[in-house]
Design a protein around this ligand. Structure first.
Ligand SMILES: Cc1ncc(COP(=O)(O)O)c(C=O)c1O
Length: 383
């Protein structure tokens, strides 16, 4: 093959980047290559759960790397079992079994696949504005035609609005549905949630129609909503729960919790990297810190403080979400405000599919003092 001289490989240009280059971080502070400190109210897409470079997390990963970084799922890995037990206890989901993978999309891919194996059906019910990832079945269940290629459009998915029980009942009773997948609090979509009544009714209709209910907790899980899982605000029990993001505090790890009524068999699911020793060490460290530092309680406690300060800003129409998965809805598009918050106030925040929503997704050990700084910065930029 002929290679042009002086040709250098470039990056496949899919990300519009902010002109910031972080080189180190601690807690909710991120420091760039010019020694400028930023406060991180975004956690890199809701990933940083226990704070950047938490000392317990760093030590556990370093210790594990010194011992054994990786072996595949062909030998025993007691760390996976330790993790399953601890996760079951802290989340109140002891009656589920754990399968580990590497990302949120992969978690939903496996969840949808399990639902299809279990029911021997293939149509999926998903909801308007949902986001479930970019792989085959996960992206087909994502309400965004722009990121669905023709190959993905072969999947049978029906998108319904939240809270329209009649429409839901009509669809599920057609008898060809394998799974209903939903986010208890929509992340990328813009922090909308179903009512408890709707969520409970769809859980009941899933049971009576033998359809697998999948709770996508990739973003809302691991304490972010102020409870371990977002669906726990509604008193329901899904059949499969998908997890990722905050689970590894930056280490790429995901998984599904499968209710024990759904049986496993050898070879049904599999992965080379999923559940490796480093991923387990990262997740165990996250669970230990969540428990020891009572971070889920902190997420629940900070929410009313945040909401209280938000009422002082007239441009904020509404505060959406729960715990530390929050969105501020303005009556203007927030892209420019986000830029000013980064470059002038040195604060990272997030956007959403709903362009009027500014997303706030900090680490769960954030303090009231940080929230004061956030609102003072916002006031300055809105003055
Ligand atoms: C609710 C939800 N599900 C799934 C995903 C996909 O996760 P990943 O980017 O790790 O594949 C995301 C990512 O934003 C998400 O918010």
């Amino acid at each position: 093959m002929h290679v042009a001289q002086n040709k250098k490989m470039k990056l496949f240009d899919v990300y519009p980047l902010y002109d910031v280059t972080p080189v180190s971080a601690k807690g909710i502070e991120v420091i760039d290559d010019k020694s400028q400190t930023y406060l991180d109210f975004y956690g890199g897409h809701a990933v940083i759960s226990i704070g950047h470079t938490h000392p317990h997390y760093v030590k556990r990963l370093k210790d594990q790397l010194d011992k054994l970084g990786f072996y595949s799922n062909s030998v025993k890995n007691p760390l996976q079992e330790e993790l399953a037990v601890k996760l079951g206890r802290l989340s109140g989901c002891d009656d589920y079994n754990l399968f580990m993978c590497n990302s949120g999309a992969e978690a939903n891919e496996n969840a949808l696949k399990m639902a299809s194996f279990h029911t021997e059906r293939s149509r999926v019910i998903s909801f308007k504005n949902s986001f479930h990832g970019r792989t085959s079945a996960a992206v087909a269940a994502t309400d965004n035609p722009k990121i669905n290629a023709p190959i993905n459009r072969q999947q049978k998915v029906t998108f319904l609005p939240f809270n329209d029980l009649d429409a839901f009942q009509k669809e599920i009773e057609k008898g060809d549905v394998c799974a209903v997948i939903l986010e208890a609090i929509q992340g990328v979509g813009g922090l909308d949630e179903p009512s408890s009544e709707f969520y409970r009714n769809i859980a009941t209709l899933c049971k009576t129609n033998n359809v697998v209910l999948i709770a996508d907790e990739v973003q809302s899980g691991f304490g972010r909503s102020g409870k371990f899982f977002g669906f726990q605000h509604h008193g329901i029990r899904p059949d499969i729960i998908s997890i990722a993001k905050g689970m590894g505090n930056g280490f790429p790890v995901g998984g599904i919790l499968i209710h024990e009524s759904i049986k496993a068999s050898y070879g049904l699911l599999g992965t080379t990297f999923g559940g490796n020793h480093l991923a387990c060490a990262a997740t165990l460290a996250v669970l230990e810190v969540l428990e020891n530092e009572q971070l889920i309680e902190n997420a629940a406690k900070i929410e009313p403080y945040f909401r209280g300060l938000a009422t002082e800003i007239p441009q904020i129409k509404r505060v959406k979400g729960r715990g530390l998965m929050l969105g501020l809805e303005f009556d203007f598009e927030v892209a420019d405000l986000r830029k000013r918050l980064i470059h002038k106030q040195h604060l990272f925040t997030g956007g959403a599919k709903d362009k009027h929503v500014l997303r706030v997704l900090p680490a769960l050990n954030i303090t009231e003092n940080h929230i004061d700084i956030f609102f003072n910065a916002l006031k300055t930029e809105l003055a």
